[in-house]
Design a protein around this ligand. Structure first.
Ligand code: SAH
Length: 378
């Protein structure tokens, strides 16, 4: 795990490369890569930078941020909104991002069902009374599969210039490794988690005894949650206030899937049609590559290379063909293209999604193009 942080350099004045906060976020991203959680909550999310980074992790379908300071969350929350490209090319996965105003000292049912809960540099900002409630809320109530908690390691402070008592005036405490680990082990024991300790921000050579600048505990729930516990002990009253919610366009939503499939089918069928006409009608290709004045010379002299159109359609031939001014691209051929195949899954689903949107042959087995006016328009 620590391999990522080996770039850190000691130059007399402590300077981390990459910066320490980035190393913490990268640590979380590595955890996400390892455990592939679908639902992730960041407690004490501040300006949502970590959430913004996590929205690019393709396994995540639900992202939630919680903070007691609504203003800091709102500062850059626009970064969590979908971009035009998300609408132009909706993703396979669904993604909902929610920002909640509230405290980790309170339970809210919207925090149930998460796989990973991150608390990056949060606990040292908690008042004593809040810190007391924190384990019961996070491990007892939210009870995600994994919890990651980071906090300053006070043993490193003498190496940081200008740090008299705490690294930040809002810190209520800073713990040594023993203090953090005994608190974490007690919480883990009480709520059925195992915990491993690590950190980011390597100490300089020769000073390894102080430990990482940021200490981290990764808690993994030992037992699967029982539904009995979930139902009997979880309160239902909502106390957090939603300050932001974004539902990303996704192909899981039928309306976006439909749009993508219709576009892809027309695009694919056009490509097949073009290559068929280029093959059958060399003058067509020439025309297409040639000067505008030659346009009028072209008249599609297309011939049916099937003797019996009805028979072909009935057999659902997978070969595209031309009959007079009509080009027939069997749906099975279109379906065999990977992108269409991937989007629809089955030929039946493909039929269902393009019904009424793409012109089909009378028996519904082929996409039909009328090329009579096509070249005149060109
Ligand atoms: N996780 C962020 C921010 C750390 S600063 C990062 O890594 O950069 C701590 C944040 O916790 C602040 O934004 C603060 O407003 C928030 N916070 C403080 N007390 C809290 C509480 N009781 N519940 C939720 N958030 C709290």
């Amino acid at each position: 795990m620590d391999k990522n942080f080996e770039e850190e350099q000691f130059t007399g004045i402590i300077k981390f490369t990459p910066p320490l906060y980035k190393q913490r976020y990268q640590f979380v991203k590595d955890l996400v890569r390892k455990y592939k959680p679908k639902k992730v909550a960041d407690l004490g999310c501040a300006d949502c930078t970590l959430l913004w980074m996590l929205k690019f992790c393709s396994c995540i379908e639900v992202l939630a941020g919680l903070d007691t300071c609504a203003n800091v969350m709102k500062e850059k929350m626009h970064r969590l909104s979908p971009l035009p490209v998300d609408y132009l090319q909706p993703s396979e996965r669904s993604l909902t991002v929610t920002l909640l105003h509230g405290s980790v000292a309170h339970k809210d049912p919207c925090m149930l069902g998460f796989d990973l809960v991150t608390c990056i540099e949060l606990i040292e900002h908690l008042e004593e009374s809040e810190l007391k409630k924190f384990p019961e809320v996070v491990f007892g109530f939210m009870a995600p599969s994994i919890v990651v908690i980071s906090t300053p390691n006070s043993e490193f402070n003498p190496l940081l210039p200008g740090v008299a008592l705490f690294r930040d005036p809002d810190h209520k405490f800073e713990w040594s490794r023993v203090q953090f680990q005994s608190w974490a082990l007690e919480a883990a024991r009480r709520y059925g988690y195992s915990v491993e300790f690590t950190g980011v921000g390597h100490p300089p050579t020769g000073m390894e005894n102080v430990g990482f600048c940021t200490q981290i505990g990764v808690f993994v729930r030992k037992y699967p949650q029982t539904t009995e516990f979930t139902q009997s002990e979880k309160p239902t009253e909502a106390v957090y206030k939603t300050v932001f919610k974004a539902v990303y366009p996704s192909l899981k939503d039928e309306k976006y899937l439909w749009n993508a499939v219709v576009g892809e089918v027309i695009f694919t069928a056009q490509i097949i049609k073009r290559s068929l006409l280029d093959r059958l009608l060399p003058q067509h290709k020439e025309y297409n590559d040639d000067l505008p004045e030659r346009k009028s010379e072209f008249r599609p002299q297309v011939k049916c290379f099937s003797e019996d159109l009805e028979r072909l359609l009935a057999e659902k031939s997978t070969k595209p063909f031309v009959n007079g001014n009509m080009v027939y691209i069997p749906l099975a051929t279109v379906f065999s293209f990977p992108k269409v195949n991937q989007l629809c899954g089955t030929l039946e689903k493909l039929r269902q999604l393009i019904a009424g949107e793409v012109v089909l042959s009378s028996d519904g087995s082929a996409v039909v193009f009328n090329i009579e006016h096509e070249n005149e328009e060109n």
